[in-house]
Design a protein around this ligand. Sequence first.
Ligand SMILES: [Zn+2]
Length: 132
Amino acid sequence: MHFGIYYRLKKLGMIQHKCCICGQYSECTIERWRGWFNILFIPVFIAEKGYLFTWSACNHSMGLDDLIAVKQYTEEQVDTGILSVPVCEKLKPMTIERPMPINAKNILLLSPFILIIGLGLLYICLVMLGLR
Ligand SMILES: [Zn+2]
């Protein structure tokens, strides 16, 4: 994605837990995600953050993205040091777009533009220095 939100996920761990959607017991993968606002593949700032819980048997996903709920969950994890799945009422169905590996072809296509912008900036700098 050249421009917009790019999601990065970090796996925190796995625990046996009952699925909040279908009730089946299986390994639940807990991931922390951050939505980076990026321009031309450059992450600029974190626009959103939260947690994702994915059950291995059914592939159902639930997540936290509410600011207060995310802060609360982070504090709980830090305080107890034990990973847990929040009560189902706090979670909502969620899917996170997995980050795609950066396509080398895209960078090649963009490089002339980056070069032009770079030369443009250099030119502006030289003009400003010349005006002094
Ligand atoms: Zn399920």
